[in-house]
Design a protein around this ligand. Structure first.
Ligand code: FMN
Length: 368
């Protein structure tokens, strides 16, 4: 089989995976009142049945007044936990593995102007555009947010999830602490350097680690880019990237999920006399920890354009395989291809390339 190395097992602490494919977290906004229902259970069960190595759920939010920006984003507290328990049972029933993506949307507003819970949590009261839109978080809000993430982590383990992922990417709350534009605090939660601004994430990881114990895998998703700000960067050089990662490694992260829109883009093309390593490749090299890559795997176009209506055709996996075989990353997350087609991994494994489907924007409107 030409892609056989991607179908080898992977182990991280208590997590054993049969292959290297991860379902990328994808917000579906289809959990009425924040409670995942049977349609959500069936949706994840279908991906497990067709051989996805690890499912990372859509972002599911912690218990804070304004932790989500759309009413039908699933909660990860209260009555929603019973719904998530059914998801776990269904995925395990098919022999799958699953991690919730634990989320807080921070200062990013949703589409519905009538859904605006308050007070919003933001490090400095600033939107991603840099506008004053609220108050900086008080120390008590920061402590309560960290505690809410830790509670969610404890619940993930208690419900039988196999790992958890913290959403530290794309300009949401955790990333707003990383980014100099949105974190202008002069106390211990801010600072001139990315290492200083990583303190919120590091304290959060420490609390999560304390809640789940040493053997439960904790994944942290990071990105340089932010929603609507695709050139933004938290780390402009490999040295800054090391500085960014270190506090989170020390706090107990097990694996980084390195979000790019196109996995083949070099992160620091000027470094090392011209390097084609992508974000995951650099994170893995500098952290010594396993890394997940993501971004337009198996598709011709990237996902932000998908929200504007662009469809994507199936694309070759050759460059992905070249980088994987070189040891750049350990796992490969697939978003839209798996949203469109629950059997994508199975078709790839069996070499049924003619059956791979194009991604259409309409696929985002249904939960199949
Ligand atoms: C409908 C949709 C919802 C998404 N929601 C999330 C999310 O909740 N959390 C997250 O970290 N990324 C989210 N993403 C980004 C994906 O995880 C992934 O990084 C992106 O789609 C690129 O992968 P792809 O090109 O294979 O689709 C979302 C993407 C899509 C298409």
């Amino acid at each position: 089989m030409p892609l056989s190395s991607l179908f080898t097992p992977f182990q991280l602490k208590s997590l054993h995976l049969p292959n290297r494919f991860v379902m990328a977290p994808m917000t579906r906004v289809m959990s009425p009142g924040g409670i995942p229902d049977q349609r959500v259970v069936d949706y994840y069960e279908r991906r497990a049945r067709h051989g996805v190595g690890l499912i990372v759920t859509e972002g599911t939010v912690v218990e804070r007044p304004a932790s989500k920006n759309e009413a039908n984003i699933p909660n990860f507290y209260g009555d929603a936990l019973a719904g998530w328990a059914k998801v776990v049972a269904a995925v395990h029933g098919e022999g799958g593995k699953i991690a919730p993506q634990i989320w807080h949307t921070g200062a990013v507003l949703g589409q519905n102007p009538n859904y605006r819970p308050q007070p919003m949590d933001m490090p400095s009261g600033l939107s991603l555009g840099g506008k004053a839109v609220g108050e900086p978080m008080a120390d008590a809000d920061i402590a309560d947010s960290i505690a809410a993430f830790a509670r969610a982590a404890g619940d993930a383990k208690r419900l039988g999830f196999d790992a958890l992922e913290l959403h530290g990417a794309h300009g949401y709350l955790i990333d707003e602490f990383f980014w100099s534009r949105t974190n202008q605090r002069t106390d211990t939660w801010g600072g001139e350097t990315i290492g200083e601004r990583a303190r919120f994430a590091a304290e959060l990881v420490k609390a999560v680690r304390a809640a789940v114990g040493p053997d439960f895998p904790v994944i942290l998703r990071l990105s340089q880019w932010k929603s609507g700000h695709y050139d933004a960067r938290n780390a402009a050089t490999p040295a800054e990237l090391s500085d960014w990662l270190k506090p989170m490694i020390d706090a107990g992260v097990d694996m980084f999920h390195c979000s790019q829109r196109r996995f083949w883009e070099a992160e620091f093309p000027e470094a090392d006399g011209g390097s084609d390593l992508n974000f995951a490749g650099w994170v893995r090299k500098l952290s010594g920890l396993p890394a997940i890559t993501v971004g337009s795997v198996g598709l011709s176009g990237e996902f932000i354009a998908a929200f504007r209506g662009e469809s994507s055709q199936p694309a070759s996996l050759d460059d992905l395989l070249r980088r994987f075989d070189r040891g750049d990353f350990d796992l490969v997350a697939v978003g839209r291809a798996l949203l469109t087609d629950p059997a994508w991994v199975e078709k790839v494994r069996e070499g049924r390339t003619a059956e791979l489907m194009a991604f259409q924007q309409a696929d985002m409107g249904r939960l199949y």
